[in-house]
Design a protein around this ligand. Structure first.
Ligand SMILES: Cc1cc2nc3c(=O)[nH]c(=O)nc-3n(C[C@H](O)[C@H](O)[C@H](O)COP(=O)(O)OP(=O)(O)OC[C@H]3O[C@@H](n4cnc5c(N)ncnc54)[C@H](O)[C@@H]3O)c2cc1C
Length: 389
């Protein structure tokens, strides 16, 4: 192929979105991935990802998620795929000793403030109101909640597939099972080496997810990758009670007595199980050596944490290991390369990036085609001190 104007390395959530948007903007673009996305070795597998408009992580994220919802609806019309399911979302917390989550001191309070400021439809609920509305849960005295009808879930594998398919239709080149090795400056552009080819290009996007530290060693000190687990537990109640028509996505904010957990209604019919997950930031992992075996002890720990609030049985139907990359403040890190502003990096999205990925792809495409840094990205640029850059 003739030299592409832009090469995108990594075609998961962020890379497939960027490839699609660049192709849509008429840019001659090539995407390269070491595997064949959507795959189950990075950050973007496991059937569902939560999406919500009022972000407990802060108002800077609101434009990205709003735009992502619009893009997924456009993609649904173009492809016939079902991507975004706005089944509602419930975020609830106890009244005492709340712990920080995703960088927010009080995730529930910030969610409510962002909703009010950005006029996002929502309701505040007392313990009794939550118990009456959502019998799938066992709420504890003193807990209160936030309900957002436009929240829900997206299907990560289907979103990636749809964006890759559309990018291809719009003329993007795609190379799977090809591993990026290095780039170097070559005149006004770059020379890229993979395990199979050498390419010349004008601009580069690095969206390598958990592998970003390998590709950008300058960012390694501020990016850590952690193994995370997803479990599907058998439900305990009338079979329709847990269906997406009757149950929202949910997040239990951590406090002194309860760990954080989140989950989804039962998809695909009764018997498939409620998908539930927590988060761990104690043991970093090497993305190439992700341990995919989930032990019975790990499953038991998840059950003990979530069964305090959910009507589930100790029977785990299946479990999956995944990994994501976090920064010290749990915010995103999206910026150009420390040595060259024609190389953009978007990946360390701290375990809450999927809902924003379609919008990030569009903003990155703008940054590359207009050679500017859109205002939307400024809160996510480098902020960790020069010494670690
Ligand atoms: C368990 C779990 C639950 C989550 N829950 C949510 C949620 O509910 N809501 C939400 O919004 N977000 C959630 N997230 C976060 C979200 O899924 C991630 O932020 C997002 O998927 C990251 O996408 P990415 O493109 O950065 O990485 P990936 O999708 O992993 O893509 C990176 C790609 O780069 C490729 N690559 C790497 N190195 C090379 C190389 N040298 N050459 C070629 N290709 C390379 C990889 O093969 C891979 O395909 C969750 C994440 C996990 C793991």
């Amino acid at each position: 192929m003739r030299s592409p104007e832009v090469v995108v390395i990594g075609l998961g959530a962020m890379g497939s979105a960027t490839l699609y948007q660049l192709a849509k903007a008429g840019v001659h673009v090539l995407g390269i991935d070491q595997f064949q996305p959507p795959h189950n070795r990075g950050s973007s597998h496991g059937e569902t990802r939560i999406t919500r408009l009022a972000l407990g992580e802060g108002e800077a994220y609101v434009p990205l998620v709003k735009r992502s919802h619009e893009i997924w609806r456009e993609l649904e019309s173009a492809t016939g795929s079902s991507l975004l399911h706005q089944v509602g979302g419930l975020i609830f917390a106890g009244s005492n000793g709340r712990k920080a989550a995703h960088g927010a001191e009080d995730f529930l309070k910030t969610t409510c403030e962002v909703a009010a400021k950005h006029q996002i439809q929502h309701e505040r609920l007392t313990t009794d109101e939550m118990s009456e509305r959502f019998p799938q849960f066992k709420f504890h005295s003193g807990e209160s909640g936030y309900y957002e009808p436009e929240a829900g879930y997206v299907r990560p594998e289907a979103c990636i597939q749809a964006q890759l398919d559309q990018a291809r239709i719009l003329g993007a080149g795609i190379r799977f099972n090809e591993s990026f090795h290095s780039w170097r400056k070559d005149g006004e552009g770059f020379c890229i080496k993979t395990d199979q080819c050498t390419y010349r290009t004008e601009r580069i996007v690095l969206t390598a997810g958990p592998w970003i530290g390998k590709l950008v060693p300058e960012w390694q000190p501020v990016t850590r990758t952690y193994r995370q687990l997803l479990h599907w537990f058998q439900t305990d109640g009338p079979k329709d009670m847990f269906s997406p028509e009757n149950m929202p996505i949910f997040i239990r904010v951590p406090d002194a007595t309860h760990s954080m957990f989140y989950g989804f209604p039962e998809l695909g019919g009764s018997g498939k199980g409620l998908k539930i997950a927590g988060e761990q930031f104690d043991i970093p992992c090497n993305p190439d050596l992700l341990d995919k075996t989930v032990t019975s002890e790990e499953t038991q720990t998840m059950f003990e944490s979530a069964s305090t609030h959910l009507r589930i049985r100790a029977k785990c139907i299946r479990s999956v290991a995944c990994q994501y990359t976090v920064t010290p403040d749990f915010g995103f890190l999206i910026d150009h390369h420390p040595e060259n502003n024609k190389v953009w990096i978007a990946s360390p999205c701290s375990g809450h990036g999927f809902k924003h990925s379609a919008g990030i792809g569009e903003v990155l495409s703008k940054a590359l085609t207009e050679n500017t840094t859109p205002d939307t990205l400024s809160p996510f640029q480098w902020r960790f001190g020069e010494e670690t850059k």
